[in-house]
Design a binder for this molecule. Structure first.
Ligand code: AMP
Ligand code: ZN
Ligand code: FE
Ligand code: FE
Length: 283
């Protein structure tokens, strides 16, 4: 099966994470799980990292699961963090890879600042234990939470977010600020399509409208954080603006305990094919 070929029938999940960011499964393990869950297509969308895509694509070829190359980037908008998914990116594009490795270096510096904050609160957490949790992955707050649990400094993964790491909590640190416009341009320069991720979490309609004007190609309509009402709402916004639709489980696995969403929060393979067609009519 050629890389972009998508079956016309079946279920697809275009939002998943692996050990190359803060997911628990390797790309090959994730593709195997997708096959077992009956998915015909997935996208691997690690935070600021495309280094797991070759493994996922190759496992997909073996198991007959179409793997759309993806990535999840963070942009700053209205002092909020918004996530933008890039699909069908050329993950071997050198400029794109350089940009992503700079973001991952920034993530290490941010983790150091968070660890310092926790140390000041008398948690003897070390960067070493955080980096051990992260392995090959783009370092993030989930690894810090996991390290806190692993070192016996916290009861649960979620409690670390609730008490310290969540947005606005005492050990929170901002990421490097990249505008939505720049994020969309970087994805387009790498040959991909940009989708506003899980807009139901924190954006009002006016903000979504401004992000549409920033040049996104589509909206992630289906997401575990979206109620049926929210799904319908973003479906309507998408069609009113002639945008593409996407969706997926945002599966991470491991301490997250989100195994139940995998294979359950899906879109149709036909929706993926519509995205692919839009891309190839542009280029
Ligand atoms: P980071 O990229 O370091 O900002 O970490 C983002 C990850 O942390 C995402 O995968 C989120 O799902 C997770 N996350 C962010 N806020 C929370 C929270 N309040 N509770 C649990 N997980 C969270
Ligand atoms: Zn994540
Ligand atoms: Fe996200
Ligand atoms: Fe995600």
């Amino acid at each position: 099966m050629e890389r972009w070929e998508v079956p016309s029938n079946g279920k697809a999940d275009l939002h998943t994470h692996t050990t190359f960011s803060d997911g628990a499964l390797t790309p090959a393990q994730l593709v195997k799980k997708a096959k077992q869950a009956g998915l015909v297509a997935i996208s691997v969308t690690d935070h600021d990292n495309v280094n797991g895509l070759d493994e996922a694509i190759s496992a997909g070829k073996d198991l007959d699961v179409a793997v759309v190359p993806g990535v999840e980037l963070s942009a700053t908008f209205n002092r909020k963090e918004v996530h933008i998914l890039g699909y069908f990116v050329n993950h071997h594009d050198e400029q794109f890879q350089i940009f992503l490795s700079e973001l991952r270096e920034e993530r290490i510096r941010r983790a150091e600042r968070i660890v310092q904050r926790l140390n000041k609160m008398n948690f003897p957490i070390t960067m070493n234990s955080v980096l051990k949790q992260a392995g090959d992955g783009a370092v993030g707050r989930p690894h810090i939470a996991a390290a806190m649990v692993h070192e016996g400094l916290a009861q649960s993964y979620q409690s670390v977010f609730d008490d310290y790491l969540g947005n606005g909590r005492p050990a929170y640190e901002r990421k490097v600020e990249v505008s939505p416009e720049k994020t969309v341009r970087l994805i387009a320069d790498a040959g991909g399509l940009s989708f506003l991720a899980h807009p139901g979490r924190s954006l009002d309609d006016n903000e979504v409208d401004q992000l549409v004007k920033a040049g996104i190609d589509g909206i992630e309509v289906v997401h575990p954080s979206h109620s049926p009402w929210t799904v319908q709402h973003f479906h309507d916004i998408t069609s009113e603006n002639f945008l593409l639709e996407s969706g997926g489980s945002d599966f991470h696995g491991g301490l997250r305990g989100d195994d139940d969403v995998f294979g359950q929060v899906t879109i149709t393979a036909e929706t993926v094919e519509i995205m692919r067609r839009r891309l190839f009519s542009h280029h």
